[in-house]
Structures are given as structure tokens and as C-alpha cells.
Ligand binder design. Structure first.
Ligand SMILES: Nc1nc2c(ncn2[C@@H]2O[C@H](COP(=O)(O)OP(=O)(O)OP(=O)(O)O)[C@@H](O)[C@H]2O)c(=O)[nH]1
Ligand SMILES: [Mg+2]
Length: 328
């Protein structure tokens, strides 16, 4: 095992082997590993925050991996960037493996020394996975990567979690897949800064424009109150069409919307603080046999409508406070 100093030095020197090992520590359930990971994070924290953090979402098969591969290659080749790719995958039982599990779909990038691909941790509940991804993101920044992609499947809550840790959120859709926004939850449209209609090639070409208009309308209805106006682009990840337009939109965003990025980051951090705090409170309750019993009983009673949620929460709250006082 490397020492903390060796880890820190390796990461700050841009050593991706050491970066990968540090992420393994972050993902570990061993208390010793977690303590070391936490120390490393603290040390490298002053060297984080300099990357563009980009979220990518879309239903399975829409082309997320293909997009990251071709757009990532484009950024490295034409714009001299360095790319780290992380994933949040809450549905590890999904057929076909977890996101990025299949590195062959990113065969070019995975061999590129300016790219770092980290498959998603395959287990754990969403809160835990989110913590690991956040911490891995910081390590990648400290290691010098200037662009970080976080890929997630847009079918659950994961996109909300991802949107809280990125600066810019891209939603991939495809043409001709129905007018119900392809089972995409409304929530995702609300966090999207850019919708890319992918697979605008071959047989799909005549449908691309219709799809774009449809999504433009949907975005317009959901328009955010912030100054940045989300747009819709027609692209083909496979045939590398429209990638320069994606770049233009993002450059415009990162050049002209500093204060929005700052605001998003600080709001994200505060939400994260609350989330961690609530997790700790829940942990405290579950560790205490009496409170833990009360917790599950109240859950059951509320589920069966024996007591109201409001009454149940009052009861739990007063007992937890009592329990905490007793611990002093
Ligand atoms: N015609 C066409 N096919 C594409 C395009 N982008 C991706 N595909 C194909 O669509 C299929 C799925 O692509 P992936 O990139 O693996 O999709 P994904 O969204 O990462 O899928 P999951 O990881 O399973 O959620 C593959 O067969 C790709 O070759 C495109 O722009 N045009
Ligand atoms: Mg994929």
C-alpha cells in the first residue's frame, strides 16, 4: 500500500495508475481505506475545481458511449484537452453490463494517454455511488484532467444527482422514437442545458429536423429561469457529425456564464452537505437498537395508514432528540 504522501504526489504529478488506485480506495468499504481516501482528498482539495464538469444522460442504446468516444477524441485531437470519464449506474442488474463496463465501445479513447476511463462501481445504493463519483471527480481534477464527463442512464433519479455535481448537462435523444420523449422523465428535460438528437444519419436523416423541432418546443415550455437558454442540436456520434457545434455551445457557456457555473457549484455543494448530514442522522438512528426499532415500526405504521406521516415524524423526531441527549 502506498503512503498518503505517495498517493498525493502521484495524483498531483498526473500519474493515472496512482489515480486509479486512489479511486479504488474511495470505492472501498474498508474503514481503513476510507480514512486514507478521506485524507488524500483533503490534501488534494486545493488543486481541484479547474475542470469543466459535464453530465451526459439518455436511455440505454441512445449512443452515450459512442458520443463520449467521438466527442472525447475530438476534444483531445482538435482542442488539446484531457478527458476523464466516470459513470453513475444505479441499475447494475441491467443486461449488457454497467455503463462503461464495456470499454470496447470506447476502444480509441481507452488507448489514448490523454483519456482516463473509470467504469462505474457496480454495487451500492445511489447515495453511496454518488459519494464515490463526487470524490473520484475531485481526484481526476487534481490529477490535471480539464474535462470530466459523468455518464448516467436517464431513467431514474440518477440524473438529478448527476446534475448536482456537473456544470453542464447534455441529454441525448434519438429521432423518430415517439412523441412521449422516449420514456424520458420530465425532470431530465428540466436539467438539460443541451439536447443532442443523436443518430441523425442514414435512414434517420429525414426525421432529424422534425425531432429537433419537437424537442425545441418541449425545452421552450420547460425553459429555465436562468439566463442560459438550452438548445437542441442534430448530431451523429457514429459519423462525427455536429461535434464542432456541441463544442461551440459549450465554449459559449463556459466563457460567458462564469457566475452561473459558480452558482451551480455552490448550490450543489450545499445540497451535498445536507445530503451527507441526513445520511449521518439516518446512520445514527439505525445504529441505535431502540431508535432503529422505532424507525422501522413507524415506517410500517405510516405505510399501513395507522398513523399519519406528520404524526410519525413528530414522534420520531422527539425520540431521536431524547436519544441524542442521552448520549451526551
Ligand atoms: N447510426 C448511428 N448509430 C449510432 C450512433 N451512435 C451510436 N450508435 C449505435 O447505437 C448503439 C448503442 O450505442 P452506445 O454508444 O453503446 O449507447 P449507450 O447509450 O452508451 O448505451 P448503454 O451504455 O447501454 O446505455 C451502438 O450499436 C452504436 O453503434 C449514431 O450517431 N448513428
Ligand atoms: Mg454506454
Amino acid at each position: 500500500m502506498l503512503t498518503k504522501e505517495e498517493f498525493v504526489k502521484g495524483i498531483l504529478d498526473g500519474n493515472t495508475t496512482i489515480l486509479a488506485r486512489a479511486i479504488t480506495l474511495v470505492e472501498s468499504r474498508h474503514q481503513e481505506h476510507q480514512a486514507l481516501a478521506s485524507d488524500i482528498l483533503n490534501e488534494v482539495l486545493p488543486f481541484t475545481g479547474n475542470a469543466q464538469r459535464i453530465g451526459i444522460s439518455g436511455i440505454p442504446g441512445v449512443g452515450k458511449s459512442t458520443f463520449i468516444e467521438s466527442y472525447g477524441e475530438f476534444l483531445i485531437r482538435e482542442k488539446n484537452r484531457s478527458i476523464a470519464i466516470l459513470a453513475i449506474d444505479p441499475s447494475s442488474e441491467r443486461t449488457g453490463g454497467s455503463i462503461l463496463g464495456d470499454k470496447t465501445r470506447m476502444s480509441k479513447l481507452s488507448q489514448n494517454p490523454k483519456a482516463f476511463i473509470r467504469p462505474s462501481p457496480s454495487s451500492g445504493h445511489l447515495g453511496g455511488v454518488a459519494k464515490k463519483t463526487r470524490e473520484s471527480l475531485l481526484l481526476c481534477e487534481a490529477c490535471g484532467f480539464d474535462t470530466i464527463f459523468i455518464e448516467t442512464v436517464g431513467v431514474g433519479q440518477s440524473e438529478t444527482i448527476v446534475s448536482q455535481m456537473v456544470d453542464f448537462f447534455i441529454l441525448l435523444l434519438q429521432p423518430g422514437a415517439g412523441d412521449d420523449l422516449q420514456g424520458i422523465k420530465r425532470g431530465i428535460m428540466e436539467v438539460a442545458d443541451l439536447v443532442c438528437v443523436n443518430k441523425c444519419d442514414g435512414q434517420n436523416e429525414h426525421l432529424s429536423q422534425i425531432a429537433r423541432h419537437e424537442y425545441e418546443r418541449a425545452l421552450h415550455i420547460l425553459k429555465k429561469s436562468e439566463d442560459f437558454i438550452p438548445g437542441v442540436l442534430e448530431i451523429s456520434a457514429l459519423y462525427e457529425k455536429g461535434l464542432d457545434k456541441v463544442y461551440e455551445v459549450m465554449e459559449h457557456f463556459f466563457r460567458d456564464f462564469h457566475s452561473l457555473v459558480k452558482k451551480r457549484r455552490s448550490e450543489g455543494e450545499v445540497k451535498w452537505l445536507k445530503e451527507l448530514f441526513y445520511q449521518k442522522i439516518e446512520g445514527l438512528i439505525l445504529q441505535d437498537p431502540k431508535l432503529s426499532k422505532l424507525w422501522s415500526e413507524t415506517n410500517k405504521q405510516v405505510a399501513e395508514s395507522q398513523v399519519s406521516a406528520s404524526y410519525g415524524s413528530e414522534l420520531l423526531f422527539s425520540q431521536v432528540i431524547e436519544g441524542l441527549k442521552g448520549k451526551k
